[in-house]
Design a protein around this ligand. Structure first.
Ligand SMILES: [Zn+2]
Length: 72
């Protein structure tokens, strides 16, 4: 399953950090962050619920970039 979420982040460098952090989150198969459109597209592993995984993604993104936000 793939879902796209609006994000808030200050620059392309931090957006790349968010992408890396999201990719390493358990339950995430892949993640692409687009800084131009401020969107994060997350591909979830089979059987994982976005509602369970997204709080972990946000936690890990905030660990690398305090000021970021993901609206899910
Ligand atoms: Zn930045």
């Amino acid at each position: 399953m793939k879902k796209t979420y609006p994000i808030e982040v200050d620059c392309a460098n931090c957006a790349a950090k968010m992408e890396d952090a999201a990719k390493k989150t358990p339950g995430v198969q892949d993640c692409v962050v687009n800084f131009m459109t401020l969107k994060m597209t997350v591909t979830f592993e089979e059987g994982k619920k976005p509602a369970d995984v997204m709080p972990l993604v946000l936690e890990r993104c905030k660990a690398v970039e305090d000021d970021c936000e993901i609206h899910f």
